[in-house]
Design a protein around this ligand. Structure first.
Ligand SMILES: [Zn+2]
Length: 70
């Protein structure tokens, strides 16, 4: 994937991962919640390492992909 055209805000804005409870680069997250923010600035999400570890996150991710909420 060519990322040179990506919005700088997407690349540099960190996402607060609910799994490791750390800020991770947006490019490493597979889920970003549009409704939740950490410290009102950092969007909540889950990184590629944590998503498979957390069943609820995996289910959420699947529901986002399929459009079906369980
Ligand atoms: Zn994580």
């Amino acid at each position: 994937m060519d990322v040179s055209d990506s919005s700088p805000s997407l690349v540099h804005n960190p996402v607060y991962c609910l799994g490791c409870q750390e800020r991770v680069p947006a490019e490493r997250t597979v889920i970003q919640f549009r409704t939740g923010f950490y410290k009102a600035q950092i969007p909540l999400g889950s990184c590629d390492r944590c998503t498979p570890k957390h069943t609820i996150l995996t289910q959420l991710w699947n529901s986002l992909k399929t459009g079906h909420f369980f």
